[in-house]
Design a protein around this ligand. Structure first.
Ligand code: BJ8
Length: 422
């Protein structure tokens, strides 16, 4: 990475503390990623993006802002990217996946809160994330109690707009979500000074759908036995989707897929067990569970998470002659996401069962971030439904520290052995 200290300093970052983060990331990435064998050449682009994670992209955000553009930070896949793009703004996902930010988060949040929340609060409080520092506004949502209260804390440091997400999927909830999208449009127009037009929304839908389809194409290749790409690499691509330039990202995923198209012609069985991960999101650089699983005789072939299928499933329709039509299309697509913050959430169970057969799954690992009640409680239904189908499943509850890695490894090993003897 080049020298970006002047830029970071302009963003009011704590340079000394940030240096510590910059010192650990490359080593962690090298050990987890660069030691993998026979990676597709197309991963070089994504390696490069990681090597410049706090550099080049931040410079791009800075240039955009110097030219009068705005940057919005988001924390959930329910926030419609199309609205942000239609206002010629840039959206960046800010969910934190590093233990590094937990200490600062705990200075202001209770310890018994999901690490994802403590991490993004800690990143802002400590001034150690250049993405958070580049944002003109944050967009929160009312998905879980921890997040809802975190917005109040963050709002004291940076403007936060909160989208009120319904908790059910009745007809009235679709209407309510349409109203929320309208309020969001008004807020984004006010912030950017740009009017959101019908054509602007249609163009943004086209771009976001292309990005979704590129990821969908990538996941299709993971249905092959063996998968032509590791679960670790696929996870990295999903994580980068949240902050890279959407056009450039899509092109690079498509060229990687062209390469995978050739790879699948010469695949040889490797005898590895095929694992689905389901549960809470894995924000960058949370590679812990994938790394443990793929360090054993198994491959992760699908993630039913928001850093997996929930991010790209279902397109937004661009049919319609009015902005109202498009807002309805956005509400329809987004409310189709199956997050545990909804009750009931049958769609998620159906997705997990469907993916189990589509991806020829040998076993499911339900990963739950500590203190996430919604997903933690929903596990009972996930387990029951999978057991009824005779699909092995275990629950791993974990945070971002490495303290429990040995214990998780032992449990995954035993799980894989159980699958083999089945
Ligand atoms: S759509 S999964 S991105 S809310 S922060 S709920 S882990 S306690 S992130 Fe999420 Fe949107 Fe749902 Fe997806 Fe639990 Fe933690 Fe809350 Fe979390």
């Amino acid at each position: 990475m080049g020298d970006y200290r002047a830029l970071w300093s302009k963003l009011n970052m704590d340079l000394e503390k940030h240096d510590k983060l910059c010192a650990v990331l490359p080593e962690m990435f090298g050990e987890t990623y660069l030691t993998q064998e026979n990676r597709p050449d197309g991963m070089n682009y994504f390696n490069f993006v990681v090597s410049e994670v706090h550099g080049l992209r931040i410079e791009e955000l800075d240039t955009h802002r110097k030219n009068g553009g705005k940057v919005l930070g988001t924390f959930c896949v329910f926030v419609p990217d199309e609205v942000i793009l239609a206002a010629k703004a840039i959206g960046v996902g800010l969910c934190g996946g590093s233990q590094f930010w937990i200490e600062d988060g705990e200075t202001i949040m209770p310890r018994n809160i999901c690490p994802l929340i403590k991490a993004f609060v800690g990143a802002k409080v400590g001034g150690t994330c250049p993405y958070v520092q580049s944002c003109d506004m944050l967009v929160g949502e009312t998905t879980c109690d921890g997040k809802k209260k975190a917005w109040e804390i963050l709002n004291e440091l940076v403007p936060v707009h909160v989208m009120d997400l319904p908790q059910m999927k009745k007809a009235k909830d679709y209407k309510m979500w349409m109203e929320e999208i309208k309020l969001f449009i008004a807020k984004v127009e006010e912030l950017t000074g740009n009017k959101i037009t019908l054509q602007g929304l249609k163009d943004a839908i086209e771009l976001c759908n292309r990005k979704r389809n590129a990821l969908k194409r990538l996941y299709e290749f993971r249905k092959y036995t063996p998968s032509p790409i590791s679960g670790l690499d696929a996870l990295l691509i999903s994580q980068i989707a949240f902050y890279d330039d959407p056009e450039r990202f899509t092109q690079n995923v498509e060229s990687l897929c062209d390469e995978l198209e050739e790879r699948v012609k010469t695949l040889k069985p490797n005898g590895k067990k095929r694992i689905m991960i389901t549960g809470t999101p894995m924000a960058i650089p949370n590679w812990k569970l994938h790394s443990i699983i793929e360090g054993l005789n198994a491959e992760v072939v699908v993630e039913e998470t928001c850093t997996g299928t929930r991010y790209f499933e279902n397109e937004v329709s661009s049919e319609g002659d009015t902005i109202e039509d498009i807002i309805k299309n956005l509400a329809d697509r987004y409310l189709n996401i199956n997050c545990a913050c909804f009750t009931p959430n049958d769609g998620r169970i159906e997705d997990i069962i469907r993916y189990s057969s589509e991806y020829k799954i040998d076993g499911v690992i339900n990963c739950n971030l500590s203190f996430c009640h919604s997903y933690g409680i929903e596990y009972a239904r996930v387990e029951k439904s999978l057991k009824e189908k005779n699909i092995p499943v275990i629950l791993i509850e974990t945070d971002y520290s490495t303290e429990d890695s040995g214990q998780i490894k032992t449990r995954v090993e035993a799980f894989l052995e159980m699958i083999s003897n089945k």
